[in-house]
Design a protein around this ligand. Structure first.
Ligand SMILES: [Zn+2]
Length: 104
C-alpha cells in the first residue's frame, strides 16, 4: 500500500459513523490500524509519512532502508559515478595550436 491510499483509508475511517451518538476519535482510528491515535491524525491531516519500521509494517507500507546520497549533487545514484554532474567543458576545444615546422 502506498501512503496516499493509506491516508485516504484513515480519513475515511475517521469520518465513518460508528453509531448515532458516538463519534469516532483519532484514538479509535489508531486502534483500528494498530498505531497511536496521534500518528493516525498526523498521517491523515499532513504530509507526514511514518519512518519507524514497526509502524510501517503495521500499516502495510514498504520498508525504508538508508541509502547514501551522491556527495556532488545530493541525489541517489545506482552507479558510483555521478550521472547528473555536468562534465567540465574542455577549455581547449576548438583551439588550433601552432607547432614548429621542423616537427612536421
Ligand atoms: Zn550525483
Amino acid at each position: 500500500m502506498d501512503i496516499d491510499t493509506l491516508r485516504l483509508k484513515i480519513r475515511k475511517a475517521r469520518t465513518s459513523p460508528r453509531g448515532e451518538h458516538s463519534r469516532t476519535t483519532w484514538k479509535d482510528v489508531g486502534d483500528e490500524f494498530g498505531i497511536p491515535g496521534g500518528t493516525a491524525h498526523r498521517i491523515a491531516t499532513s504530509d507526514y509519512e511514518p519512518k519507524r519500521p514497526v509502524i510501517r509494517f503495521r500499516l502495510g507500507l514498504p520498508t525504508l532502508v538508508p541509502a547514501p546520497v551522491c556527495s556532488q549533487c545530493g541525489q541517489l545514484h545506482v552507479s558510483k559515478r555521478c550521472v547528473l554532474r555536468k562534465r567540465k567543458p574542455n577549455p581547449f576545444a576548438g583551439w588550433v595550436i601552432l607547432i614548429p615546422v621542423e616537427a612536421i
